[in-house]
Ligand binder design. Structure first.
Ligand SMILES: [Zn+2]
Length: 87
């Protein structure tokens, strides 16, 4: 099971934004590797951002794609990222 190294909100509201989660590369670029996307409602966007920062990941909010419906707390782990390759 691929998972994130931080806790997501348990919430059933429609997501209002998508948060891209990056891990730093060895050179110190905070946007080194795009590892996951997390969906969150307006109330939980700050919580997700804070949780990612707390484990030294970079969180960057982007807008939802038009027509895309997701629930707060849903996430997607990129197979090419640092959380996706090990199992
Ligand atoms: Zn929420």
């Amino acid at each position: 099971m691929r998972n994130l190294p931080f806790t997501l909100p348990k919430c059933d509201q429609p997501a209002a934004g998508r948060i891209e989660i990056y891990s730093p590369d060895p050179a110190g670029d905070a946007f080194g590797s795009l590892d996951a996307s997390v969906y969150a409602c307006d109330a939980h966007v700050p919580d997700v951002v804070a949780a990612a920062w707390a484990v030294e990941l970079t969180a960057y909010r982007i807008e939802m794609l038009p027509g895309l419906e997701r629930t707060c707390g849903e996430f997607y782990v990129y197979l090419t990222g640092n959380f996706g390759g090990d199992q």
